[in-house]
Structure formats: structure tokens, C-alpha cells
Design a protein. Sequence first.
Length: 310
Amino acid sequence: MPETAAGLALLAQATRAKVLPVMLAPVAVGGTLAWSHTGTFEWGWFVVTMIGAAAMHLGANVVNDYFDEDSGADEAARQDPASLATGTGLIASGVMSRGATMRLAAGLFAIGLASGVVLAAARGSLVLLLGAVGFVLAVTYVAPPVRYGYRGRGLGEIGIFMAFGYLPLVGSYYVQAGDITPDAAWASLVPGILTTLVLFHHHFLHWQADARAGKMTPVAVLGPDRSLVISLATIVVAYGILIGQSVAGLWPPGAAIAVVGAVPLAAAVARARKNPILPNYLQLLGATLGSSILTQVVLIVSLFARVGLR
């Protein structure tokens, strides 16, 4: 039993499983939105969707660590006292070999593929196309020769918006409803923007090391002060869209309560602007993750209420 527990702990560390909610939340929103539209919900296929999305996300995390170690970005962060290395460091420490790391990623992607094949056979072939796009976005984010996450110009953020907003939400909706409606695509905006903001604020933890390693994230290019101005603008846009969508009827009126998530997020941005130090950037990342999940939970609960009141 101790060996099993140690193995599971290592697996959780290698895959960064603790960040799974950023993928599972939009899947849950998409499935619940479809339920509110159709009045039916297929729990079995929802579970398969969750498994496939989780496997793809964890596989992407492993690939990300592999190539960030390969490029020197993680090593640069470890050597910089002003940065926080966010990679697992398992390859550098010798706990996992490069081969074992890639086999783990391949195994996780295989689970994602198997889930996609099952869903495509049962619910529609578009699932495989959506999954394939997600796989390409995940791998080419850090893998040469593309490495679009290293190229700057917001390419990495566009990829994250698609991979953690549009694709999981619309894909989950499609599995339940058998179709993709304009409402499903419209609904992906807020989860996608907030999840992209999680990545954006993650860059603050090692922006100087990223710049030295040639990983030209927006924070590495613009610097933290201008990037935090973008953060505030993005928060206003995200929650402004949510209010507009609620007024338009996409979400039940009660969903607008989710704007309370903007308060701790804006406060964390203000602290980071006033005192741009690593602990404040860590608090900013935590606040962003919390606000993103809270907002999507409120959306899900409001949709449950809508169905229950019919």
C-alpha cells in the first residue's frame, strides 16, 4: 500500500493533476448548458467526456514539462531567485527519465483517443475532430518546430482559449445535444477568457527567466506593469460579457451573481501593481484560478435552477 500511494503521488506530481479543474469546469458547463436546452442528460457519456478531457489535459501537462525542460525555460527559472520554477523538475532531478516521461504522455493521450473513439461511435464523429484539434494545440504549444507558446504575439493565449474554453465546452455540449449551436460557442467566451487569464498570470511567476530562455510570453515581452493593465481590462471584458449574456438570456438572471468573482481578482491585480513581488504574483494566480472556478460553478448552478423551475 505505501508503494501504491507513493506511485499515485508521483503520478499526480508528474501530471500536475491539481490543476484539472481548469479543464473539467468548462466540460461541466457545456454538458449542463446542453441539458438546459434539451431537457435530457446522458450521465454515462458525460463521464466518458470527463475522462477523455482529463486525460488530454494531463498528457498536455506532461508534454509541456518535457519540452520546457528541453528548451531550458525551467532550468532558467530554477536559477533565477526572482522566479518560481513551475515545472515538476522530475526529469532534471532524475526521478523520471525522458523516455518514461514521454511514455506517460503517450499513455494519457491514448486514453483520450480511446474516449474520443467511443464517443464518436455513440454520439457523433465531430468529437474526433474537436479532440484532434485539442491534441495539436497541446503538443505544438511547446514542441518544436512550432512552439507557438514561445513565439509571443498572444499565440499561446489564443491556443489556451481554444483548448480550455471553446473545445471542452462545445465538445461536451455536442456529446449531450448531438449538435453545436451558436449558444454553445457564445457560452465558451467567459470560461475561455478566465482560463486564459490563469495562464497569463502564471507567466508572472517566471517572466524574466522566460525572456532569457527565449519563451516570449506576453509578460516577458511587455513586462509586468503593462501586463497587469491588460489583466484589468480582461477582467472587465470577461465579466461584462457575462452580464451581457445574462441579459440576453443565454444564462439565467441569477448567473450574474458570478461577477462577485471579479472583486478578489481585481484586488489581487491591484496588490501586484503596487508591490510587484513573487508572493503577490502567486496570490494573483491563486485568485485567478479561484475566480475562474467560482464563476463556472455559479453558471452550472444557475442552469440547474433553470431546469428545476420548468
